[in-house]
Design a protein around this ligand. Structure first.
Ligand SMILES: [Zn+2]
Length: 372
């Protein structure tokens, strides 16, 4: 089995989709933004607008929508609009400090897109606090922000936790990030720490510097002192929300969840399919929401559909094989002998890909980048 079969966070499916005749999509997207097609998709965000919609040139026919039609000013001062086509898009989106004052809409795919009309998650709520605010990644689509607040309050109420420490959501206008994530680009992804919120308001300094805590011993074993049944109930609660598409966790956490569902005698275990093992999710879990209803420019990810209905069998077994954890090229790949991991190898992630440029993103992301 090859990595290409485990796309999850990667763009594999999107690339397949793109090569299967989606080449007309940029025009469709541009037409949608310019001509107001799909306004219904934006209605959900109207109440949470952060600014007046800019007036786009509605007279410009979509077919002619090209670089020449971009607004004169670029959101990246000093960068020529044409020149920027070849720049890594993460530099462009990473440099913009405010959301696009457009009707809210996720545009493109989780790993290749952007977000119009993102709104900020309040830094401190009665059941959550936002971590690393300095990064300015506490922005999301109104549906994500509403979900997180509801989820945090309910977790506090029903699970008896103080609240959630929430990490990165998206940049103000979504898009690729300069560090840390391949997804989180369309305002529908959120990282939540496994570390429970303390029973006090952290200072901004603390929220910027406080360390997260690993809840696993390695990629096969949970740390039972740090990952407890409370965490399992939190993950189960999240996975049962209809708007949740996937939750990424480190493999031993998935294993724990499978056993947990058995232990509590869960009759309907279908929620387990949405809890997906993935590299790197050992101090936080990652919640991904579905494309909201009517968000026609949002490219949905196929539903998780493990053969056994839960992903607790063959799919999880793959994560417990050596294959996902081989050393990088040039270094012996089998440091695991008899299951003894010494020293701990670096996980082998999917092949690094070339930088995403504006040309890889939906055309409408240029409008999002330039809106002011
Ligand atoms: Zn994440």
């Amino acid at each position: 089995m090859r990595f290409a079969r485990k796309p999850e966070n990667s763009t594999v499916r999107w690339m397949v989709f793109a090569s299967a005749g989606f080449s007309a999509a940029p025009l469709v997207l541009a037409a949608a933004l310019l001509g107001g097609v799909g306004q219904g998709a934006w209605a959900a965000g109207d109440a949470a607008q952060t600014g007046k919609p800019v007036s786009l040139s509605k007279s410009a026919p979509a077919d002619d929508y090209a670089l020449a039609n971009l607004p004169a000013g670029s959101s990246s001062p000093g960068v020529d609009v044409r020149e920027r086509e070849s720049l890594p898009a993460k530099q462009l989106f990473g440099a913009v400090e405010t959301p696009a004052p457009l009707p809210s809409e996720p545009i493109g795919y989780y790993t290749e897109g952007c977000a119009a009309g993102n709104v900020p998650m309040p830094q401190v709520g009665e059941a959550w606090q936002m971590m690393r605010p300095r990064r300015n990644r506490y922005w999301g689509q109104p549906q994500l922000i509403a979900f997180l607040q509801e989820f945090a309050r309910r977790a506090k109420r029903e699970l008896g936790i103080n609240g959630l420490l929430i990490g990165d959501l998206s940049q103000p206008r979504g898009g690729p990030m300069t560090s840390g994530h391949r997804s989180h680009q369309i305002g529908l992804d959120a990282d939540i720490w496994f570390l429970e919120m303390p029973d006090r308001v952290l200072s901004e300094q603390e929220r910027n510097t406080m360390s997260a805590r690993l809840v696993t011993l390695d990629h096969r074993r949970i740390n039972p002192r740090r990952f407890t049944e409370k965490h399992a109930r939190l993950l189960r609660m999240a996975a049962k929300y209809p708007q949740v598409q996937r939750i990424f966790v480190h493999p031993p956490i998935k294993k724990y969840m499978c056993a947990f569902a058995e232990r509590i005698g869960d009759e309907d275990k279908s929620w387990l399919a949405r809890i997906r093992p993935y590299w790197g999710h050992n101090y936080h879990f990652h919640i991904r929401l579905r494309c909201p209803a009517g968000a026609t420019n949002c490219k949905p990810q196929p539903e998780p559909n493990p053969e056994d209905g839960t992903g607790c069998g063959k799919h999880l077994a793959w994560w417990y094989s050596d294959e996902p954890w081989q050393m990088d090229r040039g270094v012996p790949s089998l440091l695991y002998r008899e299951g003894v991991p010494v020293p701990r190898p670096r996980p082998k992630k999917p092949e690094p890909r070339r930088e995403i440029t504006m040309q890889d993103l939906p055309h409408a992301c240029r409008v999002v980048l330039d809106a002011r």
